[in-house]
Design a protein around this ligand. Structure first.
Ligand code: KG4
Ligand code: ZN
Length: 341
């Protein structure tokens, strides 16, 4: 069974082909020009997806040694994301599938992240305690099966990746913030600076606005007239921020482990590329005898392999979607949510 996945929800155009659980090819073209504008410009993003998508589809088929006729299922991200960007990949995938009489699966981008640790794996032990941390979402969930998800908590303000990006911007560390902060933090001195860890009434939720404000106040108190910290100071600030952000992410996970029984622990989304966060999850999984599901680095950020895998899981579960009546959507929602925890 060959599945071709398409991802165009934000600023990465990606096409992947999987054969069962195995990724044959996963191509990602990142729209780096948004850097010039300090954020993603929706109209420019849609145009760039249009230019990139078909060359990537052709290249992925060539790399996999396949013809489009060999593909069994085409899957494309339906949402959440920038609606114009989603339309490009979604309508292209749907049209190709429909014209060739293939099956088409609309895929939820967040569910793609949630199940991205399943890439290359045969048997998963459910229930899975799952943390999805990206630039737009921070969601703690329980995966009971491919078609049953409980949301335990989410961020009350900024998403984790957004906090990394904003802090990197206000301290002059560069963009995207996650890798920049990780890099500076690796050279920082432990304990020189410390920032608060969010303590919330709702123990499964997250908050990063207090931490972001603490970094801003620190900069305002120590650097005048728009001056920015030097390289050594940036490293200490990055380490202190990263430590607090990771603790804010891990505390709800530990709380969930105390209160419910799980068999696996998973971490995914762009921020899951953070080495310290991955290490922390590895330690928690070992301590609690849980199977650990963290995707390889290339499947943490936005990618089409996770879209194809999600379609495979849905297809294996017998899910049928009337895609001709299905429309792309901008905000998070899911057909597979349960609320019985
Ligand atoms: O999942 P993703 O590629 O896109 C969204 O769907 O949002 O996540 C992008 C986010 C960005 O905020 C980026 O700064 C963050 O992931 N990120 C990281 C690291 N690499 C990427 N955050 C922390 N540490 C990293 N190494
Ligand atoms: Zn994403």
């Amino acid at each position: 069974m060959y599945i071709l996945g398409i991802e165009t929800s934000c600023d990465e155009t990606s096409v992947a082909i999987i054969e069962n659980n195995r990724v044959l090819v996963n191509l990602v073209s990142s729209q780096m020009f948004h850097k010039l504008y300090g954020g993603v410009v929706p109209e420019l993003s849609s145009r760039a997806h249009l230019e990139q998508l078909f060359p990537l589809i052709r290249e992925s088929l060539k790399t996999a040694g396949l013809q489009i006729e060999d593909i069994d299922i085409i899957a494309a991200t339906a949402g959440p994301g920038l609606i114009g960007a989603l339309m490009v990949g979604y309508n292209s995938g749907k049209t190709i599938a429909h014209s060739l009489g293939k099956q088409f699966f609309p895929v939820n981008h967040i569910e793609g992240h949630m199940f991205s640790g399943f890439i290359g794996r045969e048997n998963i032990s459910y229930p899975v305690l799952n943390l999805t941390v990206s630039g737009g979402h921070t969601i703690l969930s329980v995966l009971n099966s491919p078609t049953s998800i409980n949301i335990l908590g989410s961020t009350l303000d900024d998403a984790a990746g957004e906090a990394f990006d904003k802090v990197a911007k206000l301290t002059g560390m560069g963009y995207p913030g996650g890798p920049a902060i990780q890099n500076y933090a690796s050279k920082g001195n432990e304990g020189k600076i410390s920032f608060p860890v969010a303590s919330l009434k709702s123990k499964y939720d997250f908050s990063f606005s207090g931490l972001k404000t603490a970094v801003l106040r620190y900069i305002q108190a120590n650097y005048k007239n728009g001056e920015l910290p030097g390289e050594d100071e940036k490293s200490d600030i990055a380490l202190a921020f990263q430590n607090s952000a990771i603790n804010s992410l891990i505390n709800p996970v530990k709380f969930a482990l105390k209160n419910h029984k799980f068999r696996s622990l998973s971490l995914n989304g762009g921020v899951a590329a953070n080495k310290k966060l991955r290490e922390s999850f590895k330690n928690i999984a070992e301590k609690n005898s849980l199977e650990l599901l963290i995707p390889d680095f290339e499947y943490c950020g936005d990618n089409a392999a996770m879209i194809a895998i999600r379609a495979k899981l849905l297809n294996d579960s017998g899910v049928k979607i009337n895609y001709l009546k299905y429309e792309p959507f901008p905000s998070f929602r899911s057909e597979f949510l349960e609320n019985n925890m």
